[in-house]
Design a protein around this ligand. Structure first.
Ligand SMILES: [Zn+2]
Length: 92
């Protein structure tokens, strides 16, 4: 169901969910006053983890995180092989 925005003259804006067929022109606010339905942009991409992931990916492309040193402990990776004979091989 879409979210509609209503404007109370005393309390300010609030949002309420109605089906598109049943949306009223005014709704009652929590203070009891009648609030008129306002015009707002559609809430595309609001919420949803997929949209949050897309937004964060887009932001890293524009402003990537820059580090000035290698993170501590990152030089020791996971061992490639568990065979102890591979430890005796020459290292670069
Ligand atoms: Zn109100």
């Amino acid at each position: 169901m879409p979210v509609y925005r209503f404007q109370c003259t005393d309390c300010g804006p609030f949002e309420a969910r109605y089906s598109m067929a049943d949306v009223p022109d005014s709704a009652s606010c929590t203070c009891g006053a009648s609030a008129r339905r306002g015009v707002s942009s559609p809430a595309l991409g609001r919420g949803g983890s997929a949209m949050a992931l897309l937004d964060s990916t887009r932001s890293t492309a524009e402003t990537p995180a820059v580090v000035d040193r290698v993170p501590a402990g990152s030089r020791r990776g996971t061992p490639v092989s568990a065979n102890p004979l591979h430890a005796t091989l020459p290292r670069p």
